[in-house]
Design a protein around this ligand. Structure first.
Ligand SMILES: [Fe+2]
Length: 334
């Protein structure tokens, strides 16, 4: 993997594809290597931790970007709405990726899913099942921790509540959730598991892959203890299923190496690539039947909510407004 020089698209050699990625280079590397091995095409990865849409936008028609890789439906839609993607109608990709996980116009495609689950104290939560709806039940009063209500992971979940139940219900539900908080929303998903271990709360919302990251964290072994203190409950496993968000890809608007970009995207949608990717990031492949890693398998079975991601995207704004309206980030008030 080499860095992309600030050259115009026309100056780039054949046999290359330029990937602009919000995902860490080390997570992408195994995929890129497998792609190059199979096709002989070199994939140059430019990692950006912010401003990807602005960058491609500013580069304009000379942008070297061919493929965009990112996480979260919010960011995929942001790329589409920001005008830096183009539609792709491709039989192979559309066959591999279920319609639920891609844009109907072909401007973005999901590759892996991550469940927004409940982390629960092994010690203090005997329950083996839970629903999102029940997080507003007074039985959890003073027992829930969570990160910023406006974080895209929470907005995705809350948007799914709006899609399922409407705005009025979701407002009441968010008020109930707020009243059940142990403290003001703070930290990231992993720090909620830490808070559970410390006894500050009993349950929290978190993405599935962080549990895998904590379980295998050799650099910071303390995180293994956070994971060991908690168990995963898959909300709504008995009815409509657990909310999932996606990581995904899009064809860049001006893709100078479009043929190679499409080859790369076809490769990424294949079961083989999805399994490599899912293993790296502790996520679930979107392709039905593709294998999850042993670590992810140890979480138990996930039954994903069948709501199309495009419906979640359509309700993100309402969800965000409701978070402010109920003052979720102010924490518990009564
Ligand atoms: Fe994350």
């Amino acid at each position: 993997m080499t860095a992309i020089a600030a050259t115009s698209g026309a100056a780039l050699a054949d046999g290359e594809v330029n990937v602009y990625s919000y995902r860490q280079p080390e997570l992408i590397q195994p995929l890129v290597d497998a792609f190059t091995k199979e096709t002989g095409i070199t994939a140059n990865v430019l990692f950006l931790d912010k401003g990807l849409v602005e960058r491609i936008s500013a580069e304009g028609a000379n942008s070297p970007a061919d493929v965009i890789l990112t996480v979260d439906i919010g960011r995929l839609v942001e790329a589409k709405d920001g005008g830096v993607t183009q539609p792709l109608e491709n039989e192979i990709i559309n066959k591999d990726i279920p319609a639920q996980y891609r844009d109907p116009a072909g401007e973005w495609f999901g590759l892996t899913t991550r469940g927004r689950v409940v982390y629960a104290s092994k010690e203090r939560v005997p329950e083996t099942a839970i629903t999102y709806e029940e997080l507003a039940d007074p039985k959890w009063k003073g027992r829930i921790c969570m990160r910023d209500g406006q974080h895209s992971y929470n907005i995705g979940l809350f948007a799914s509540m709006v899609a399922h139940h409407g705005a009025e219900y979701t407002e009441k539900w968010l008020t109930g959730l707020k009243n059940n908080l142990a403290r003001k929303p703070d930290g990231n998903d992993r720090s909620q598991a830490k808070a559970i271990m410390a006894g500050e709360c009993d349950i929290s919302l978190g993405n599935t892959y962080y549990v895998g990251l904590m379980m295998t964290n050799e650099k910071d072994p303390e995180e293994k203890e956070w994971a060991a203190a908690t168990k995963i409950l898959f909300p709504n496993a008995a009815d409509r299923g657990t909310h999932v968000n996606i990581s995904g890809m899009a064809l860049a608007k001006h893709a100078p190496n479009k043929d190679n970009a499409v080859k790369f995207m076809e490769f990424l949608s294949s079961g083989k690539a999805q399994e490599i990717y899912a293993e790296q990031v502790f996520e679930y492949p979107v392709l039905p039947g593709a294998k999850v890693s042993d670590v992810v398998a140890s979480f138990g079975e996930i039954k994903p909510d069948t709501l199309p991601l495009v419906d979640i995207a359509a309700n993100r704004k309402t969800a965000s407004e409701l978070v402010d309206k109920v003052g979720l980030n102010d924490g518990p008030t009564n």
